[in-house]
Design a protein around this ligand. Structure first.
Ligand code: HEM
Length: 272
Protein backbone atom coordinates (compact mmCIF):
# COMPACT_ATOMS: atom_id res chain seq x y z
CA UNK A 1 0.00 0.00 0.00
CA UNK A 2 2.79 2.35 1.06
CA UNK A 3 4.76 1.62 -2.12
CA UNK A 4 1.62 2.16 -4.24
CA UNK A 5 1.10 5.51 -2.56
CA UNK A 6 4.76 6.34 -3.08
CA UNK A 7 4.66 5.45 -6.77
CA UNK A 8 1.44 7.43 -7.21
CA UNK A 9 3.09 10.41 -5.54
CA UNK A 10 6.17 9.99 -7.71
CA UNK A 11 4.05 9.69 -10.86
CA UNK A 12 2.15 12.78 -9.72
CA UNK A 13 5.31 14.80 -9.28
CA UNK A 14 6.76 13.53 -12.58
CA UNK A 15 3.61 14.74 -14.33
CA UNK A 16 3.80 18.04 -12.47
CA UNK A 17 7.38 18.71 -13.56
CA UNK A 18 7.36 20.81 -16.73
CA UNK A 19 9.01 19.12 -19.70
CA UNK A 20 9.14 21.89 -22.32
CA UNK A 21 10.40 25.06 -20.70
CA UNK A 22 11.31 28.27 -22.51
CA UNK A 23 13.67 30.29 -20.35
CA UNK A 24 13.75 34.03 -20.94
CA UNK A 25 16.73 35.29 -18.96
CA UNK A 26 20.32 34.15 -18.55
CA UNK A 27 19.91 34.05 -14.76
CA UNK A 28 16.93 31.70 -14.94
CA UNK A 29 18.61 29.41 -17.47
CA UNK A 30 21.69 29.24 -15.28
CA UNK A 31 19.58 28.40 -12.22
CA UNK A 32 17.66 25.69 -14.12
CA UNK A 33 20.89 24.00 -15.19
CA UNK A 34 22.37 24.33 -11.69
CA UNK A 35 19.25 22.58 -10.36
CA UNK A 36 19.82 19.70 -12.77
CA UNK A 37 16.72 20.65 -14.80
CA UNK A 38 18.52 21.93 -17.91
CA UNK A 39 17.17 18.94 -19.83
CA UNK A 40 13.65 20.36 -19.60
CA UNK A 41 14.61 23.58 -21.40
CA UNK A 42 13.70 23.61 -25.09
CA UNK A 43 14.61 27.22 -25.96
CA UNK A 44 16.29 30.23 -24.40
CA UNK A 45 16.83 33.95 -24.99
CA UNK A 46 20.11 35.52 -26.17
CA UNK A 47 21.38 36.31 -22.68
CA UNK A 48 21.36 32.58 -21.82
CA UNK A 49 25.06 32.04 -22.47
CA UNK A 50 25.94 29.96 -19.39
CA UNK A 51 26.49 27.05 -18.96
CA UNK A 52 27.89 26.11 -22.39
CA UNK A 53 25.05 23.58 -22.96
CA UNK A 54 22.58 26.46 -22.92
CA UNK A 55 24.24 27.94 -25.99
CA UNK A 56 23.29 24.86 -28.02
CA UNK A 57 19.56 25.45 -27.50
CA UNK A 58 17.33 27.29 -29.98
CA UNK A 59 17.16 31.07 -29.38
CA UNK A 60 13.93 33.01 -29.24
CA UNK A 61 15.37 36.55 -29.31
CA UNK A 62 16.73 39.13 -26.89
CA UNK A 63 15.11 39.21 -23.46
CA UNK A 64 14.26 42.93 -23.65
CA UNK A 65 12.80 42.71 -27.17
CA UNK A 66 10.89 39.44 -27.40
CA UNK A 67 8.14 38.44 -29.78
CA UNK A 68 5.49 35.87 -28.88
CA UNK A 69 5.41 33.80 -32.10
CA UNK A 70 8.90 32.29 -31.82
CA UNK A 71 8.32 31.43 -28.16
CA UNK A 72 4.93 29.80 -28.72
CA UNK A 73 6.32 27.86 -31.71
CA UNK A 74 8.47 25.94 -29.21
CA UNK A 75 5.22 24.53 -27.71
CA UNK A 76 6.26 25.27 -24.12
CA UNK A 77 4.43 23.89 -21.12
CA UNK A 78 6.09 26.58 -18.99
CA UNK A 79 7.69 29.93 -19.70
CA UNK A 80 10.15 31.36 -17.19
CA UNK A 81 10.44 35.12 -17.63
CA UNK A 82 13.03 37.26 -15.88
CA UNK A 83 12.22 40.73 -14.56
CA UNK A 84 13.91 42.14 -17.68
CA UNK A 85 11.68 40.19 -20.09
CA UNK A 86 9.51 42.27 -22.33
CA UNK A 87 7.97 44.24 -23.85
CA UNK A 88 5.02 43.77 -21.45
CA UNK A 89 2.56 43.27 -24.33
CA UNK A 90 4.46 40.14 -25.40
CA UNK A 91 4.20 38.68 -21.89
CA UNK A 92 0.46 39.37 -21.94
CA UNK A 93 0.20 37.66 -25.35
CA UNK A 94 1.96 34.60 -23.93
CA UNK A 95 -0.41 34.48 -20.98
CA UNK A 96 -3.43 34.88 -23.28
CA UNK A 97 -2.15 31.90 -25.29
CA UNK A 98 -2.80 29.81 -22.17
CA UNK A 99 0.80 28.85 -21.43
CA UNK A 100 1.77 29.10 -17.74
CA UNK A 101 4.19 32.03 -17.39
CA UNK A 102 6.25 32.38 -14.22
CA UNK A 103 7.51 35.95 -14.13
CA UNK A 104 10.23 36.71 -11.62
CA UNK A 105 10.12 40.20 -10.09
CA UNK A 106 12.71 42.75 -11.19
CA UNK A 107 15.08 42.75 -8.25
CA UNK A 108 18.56 44.09 -8.84
CA UNK A 109 20.08 42.95 -5.56
CA UNK A 110 22.20 40.01 -4.46
CA UNK A 111 19.66 39.33 -1.71
CA UNK A 112 16.92 38.85 -4.33
CA UNK A 113 18.81 35.99 -5.96
CA UNK A 114 18.09 33.55 -3.12
CA UNK A 115 14.35 34.09 -3.61
CA UNK A 116 14.78 33.77 -7.38
CA UNK A 117 16.53 30.40 -6.97
CA UNK A 118 13.67 29.15 -4.77
CA UNK A 119 11.02 30.41 -7.19
CA UNK A 120 12.64 28.72 -10.19
CA UNK A 121 13.12 25.52 -8.18
CA UNK A 122 9.42 25.59 -7.25
CA UNK A 123 8.35 26.11 -10.87
CA UNK A 124 10.61 23.28 -12.07
CA UNK A 125 9.58 20.86 -9.33
CA UNK A 126 13.10 20.78 -7.93
CA UNK A 127 12.58 22.14 -4.44
CA UNK A 128 15.26 20.20 -2.59
CA UNK A 129 17.89 21.01 -5.23
CA UNK A 130 16.70 24.62 -4.88
CA UNK A 131 17.33 24.63 -1.13
CA UNK A 132 20.85 23.31 -1.72
CA UNK A 133 21.61 25.90 -4.38
CA UNK A 134 20.13 28.73 -2.29
CA UNK A 135 22.25 27.61 0.68
CA UNK A 136 25.41 27.53 -1.44
CA UNK A 137 24.60 30.99 -2.82
CA UNK A 138 24.03 32.41 0.69
CA UNK A 139 27.38 30.94 1.78
CA UNK A 140 29.05 32.67 -1.20
CA UNK A 141 27.35 35.94 -0.19
CA UNK A 142 28.94 35.76 3.24
CA UNK A 143 32.39 35.68 1.65
CA UNK A 144 31.69 38.93 -0.24
CA UNK A 145 31.42 41.05 2.90
CA UNK A 146 35.02 40.63 4.00
CA UNK A 147 36.34 41.49 0.53
CA UNK A 148 34.05 44.46 -0.04
CA UNK A 149 34.44 46.27 3.27
CA UNK A 150 38.20 46.67 3.15
CA UNK A 151 39.05 50.36 3.30
CA UNK A 152 37.15 53.39 2.00
CA UNK A 153 34.57 52.81 -0.76
CA UNK A 154 36.30 53.55 -4.08
CA UNK A 155 34.49 55.71 -6.64
CA UNK A 156 33.64 53.55 -9.65
CA UNK A 157 31.70 53.59 -12.90
CA UNK A 158 30.32 50.81 -15.09
CA UNK A 159 30.20 51.66 -18.79
CA UNK A 160 28.46 49.82 -21.62
CA UNK A 161 28.68 50.47 -25.36
CA UNK A 162 25.39 50.73 -27.22
CA UNK A 163 25.07 49.41 -30.78
CA UNK A 164 26.35 52.65 -32.31
CA UNK A 165 29.46 52.51 -30.09
CA UNK A 166 28.31 55.39 -27.88
CA UNK A 167 28.99 54.78 -24.20
CA UNK A 168 26.42 54.71 -21.43
CA UNK A 169 27.01 54.52 -17.70
CA UNK A 170 24.96 52.43 -15.30
CA UNK A 171 22.84 54.40 -12.86
CA UNK A 172 20.61 53.11 -10.08
CA UNK A 173 18.17 50.26 -10.73
CA UNK A 174 20.67 48.36 -12.87
CA UNK A 175 22.47 45.09 -12.25
CA UNK A 176 25.77 46.96 -12.58
CA UNK A 177 24.80 49.35 -9.79
CA UNK A 178 23.91 46.37 -7.56
CA UNK A 179 27.24 44.68 -8.28
CA UNK A 180 29.28 47.82 -7.61
CA UNK A 181 27.44 48.22 -4.30
CA UNK A 182 27.92 44.55 -3.39
CA UNK A 183 31.64 44.94 -4.07
CA UNK A 184 31.77 47.96 -1.74
CA UNK A 185 32.33 50.43 -4.59
CA UNK A 186 30.60 53.81 -4.80
CA UNK A 187 28.78 54.17 -8.12
CA UNK A 188 29.44 57.75 -9.24
CA UNK A 189 26.31 57.53 -11.45
CA UNK A 190 24.02 56.35 -8.64
CA UNK A 191 22.14 59.65 -8.91
CA UNK A 192 20.78 58.75 -12.36
CA UNK A 193 18.29 56.01 -13.23
CA UNK A 194 19.13 53.19 -15.70
CA UNK A 195 21.76 53.54 -18.43
CA UNK A 196 22.52 57.11 -19.58
CA UNK A 197 24.95 58.40 -22.23
CA UNK A 198 28.20 59.72 -20.77
CA UNK A 199 30.38 62.65 -21.77
CA UNK A 200 33.98 63.58 -20.97
CA UNK A 201 32.76 66.52 -18.84
CA UNK A 202 30.55 64.30 -16.67
CA UNK A 203 33.27 61.74 -16.07
CA UNK A 204 35.95 64.32 -15.34
CA UNK A 205 33.64 65.85 -12.79
CA UNK A 206 32.67 62.52 -11.17
CA UNK A 207 36.28 61.29 -11.25
CA UNK A 208 35.88 57.49 -10.93
CA UNK A 209 39.00 55.78 -9.58
CA UNK A 210 37.92 52.44 -11.08
CA UNK A 211 36.28 51.78 -14.43
CA UNK A 212 34.39 48.53 -14.89
CA UNK A 213 33.06 47.20 -18.17
CA UNK A 214 32.04 44.01 -19.98
CA UNK A 215 33.67 41.95 -22.72
CA UNK A 216 30.84 42.83 -25.13
CA UNK A 217 31.65 46.51 -24.72
CA UNK A 218 35.36 45.90 -25.27
CA UNK A 219 34.52 44.01 -28.47
CA UNK A 220 32.07 46.67 -29.64
CA UNK A 221 34.75 49.32 -29.01
CA UNK A 222 37.39 47.57 -31.15
CA UNK A 223 39.50 46.39 -28.21
CA UNK A 224 40.49 47.59 -24.75
CA UNK A 225 43.06 50.13 -25.95
CA UNK A 226 40.51 51.76 -28.24
CA UNK A 227 38.00 51.85 -25.35
CA UNK A 228 40.53 53.55 -23.07
CA UNK A 229 41.25 56.10 -25.79
CA UNK A 230 37.55 57.03 -26.00
CA UNK A 231 37.51 60.80 -25.30
CA UNK A 232 34.80 60.29 -22.64
CA UNK A 233 37.12 58.01 -20.66
CA UNK A 234 40.74 58.79 -21.50
CA UNK A 235 41.25 61.55 -18.90
CA UNK A 236 39.49 59.86 -15.98
CA UNK A 237 41.62 58.93 -12.95
CA UNK A 238 40.65 55.28 -13.59
CA UNK A 239 42.08 55.18 -17.12
CA UNK A 240 45.10 57.32 -16.27
CA UNK A 241 45.99 54.90 -13.46
CA UNK A 242 45.04 51.92 -15.68
CA UNK A 243 42.41 50.73 -13.23
CA UNK A 244 40.08 49.31 -15.87
CA UNK A 245 38.41 45.99 -15.07
CA UNK A 246 36.78 43.85 -17.74
CA UNK A 247 34.32 41.08 -16.83
CA UNK A 248 32.24 38.66 -18.84
CA UNK A 249 28.89 40.49 -19.08
CA UNK A 250 26.63 37.74 -17.82
CA UNK A 251 29.08 36.64 -15.13
CA UNK A 252 29.13 40.14 -13.66
CA UNK A 253 25.61 41.33 -14.47
CA UNK A 254 23.58 38.14 -14.80
CA UNK A 255 22.38 38.18 -11.16
CA UNK A 256 22.34 34.40 -11.18
CA UNK A 257 23.98 31.83 -8.89
CA UNK A 258 27.51 33.08 -9.76
CA UNK A 259 26.78 36.70 -8.78
CA UNK A 260 28.23 36.54 -5.26
CA UNK A 261 31.48 35.09 -6.60
CA UNK A 262 31.58 37.80 -9.27
CA UNK A 263 31.01 40.52 -6.63
CA UNK A 264 33.85 39.14 -4.54
CA UNK A 265 36.15 39.01 -7.55
CA UNK A 266 35.23 42.60 -8.42
CA UNK A 267 35.84 43.75 -4.83
CA UNK A 268 39.29 42.16 -4.79
CA UNK A 269 40.28 43.32 -8.31
CA UNK A 270 39.22 46.91 -7.60
CA UNK A 271 41.50 47.11 -4.54
CA UNK A 272 44.55 45.49 -6.08
C1 HEM B 1 20.49 42.00 -29.32
C2 HEM B 1 21.03 43.15 -29.14
C3 HEM B 1 21.01 43.86 -27.82
C4 HEM B 1 20.47 45.07 -27.56
C5 HEM B 1 19.76 46.00 -28.54
C6 HEM B 1 20.69 45.35 -26.15
C7 HEM B 1 20.25 46.49 -25.51
C8 HEM B 1 20.36 46.73 -24.16
C9 HEM B 1 19.89 47.91 -23.47
C10 HEM B 1 19.18 49.08 -24.14
C11 HEM B 1 20.18 47.76 -22.17
C12 HEM B 1 19.95 48.76 -21.05
C13 HEM B 1 18.67 48.56 -20.33
C14 HEM B 1 18.49 49.68 -19.32
O1 HEM B 1 18.55 50.85 -19.68
O2 HEM B 1 18.27 49.36 -18.14
C15 HEM B 1 20.82 46.48 -22.01
C16 HEM B 1 21.25 45.97 -20.82
C17 HEM B 1 21.87 44.74 -20.68
N1 HEM B 1 22.23 43.87 -21.68
FE1 HEM B 1 21.77 44.07 -23.62
N2 HEM B 1 21.37 44.30 -25.60
C18 HEM B 1 21.58 43.35 -26.57
C19 HEM B 1 22.17 42.11 -26.42
C20 HEM B 1 22.64 41.62 -25.23
C21 HEM B 1 23.24 40.30 -25.07
C22 HEM B 1 23.43 39.28 -26.18
C23 HEM B 1 23.59 40.21 -23.76
C24 HEM B 1 24.27 39.10 -23.00
C25 HEM B 1 24.86 38.07 -23.54
C26 HEM B 1 23.18 41.43 -23.10
C27 HEM B 1 23.34 41.69 -21.76
C28 HEM B 1 22.84 42.79 -21.12
C29 HEM B 1 22.88 42.96 -19.68
C30 HEM B 1 23.48 41.99 -18.67
C31 HEM B 1 22.25 44.18 -19.40
C32 HEM B 1 21.89 44.71 -18.02
C33 HEM B 1 22.91 45.58 -17.46
C34 HEM B 1 22.49 46.10 -16.10
O3 HEM B 1 21.33 46.05 -15.68
O4 HEM B 1 23.43 46.60 -15.44
N3 HEM B 1 22.63 42.26 -24.02
N4 HEM B 1 20.93 45.89 -23.23
Amino acid sequence: MRSLLLSLLCAGSALAAPQRVVSLGGDLTEIAFALGRGGAIVAVDLTSVYPAEAQKLPRVGYVRALSAEGILAMKPDLILASGDAGPPEVLRQLERAGVPVVTLPKDHTLAGITAKIRAVAGALDAKSAGEKLAGAFDADCRTVEAASHAGRPLAAVFVMARGDGALSAAGSGTAADAMLAAAGLRNVFAGTEGYKPVSAEMLLDLAPAVLVTGTRTVQASGGLDRLKQNPALSLTPAVKADRVLVFDDMYLLGLGPRAARAARELAIAARR
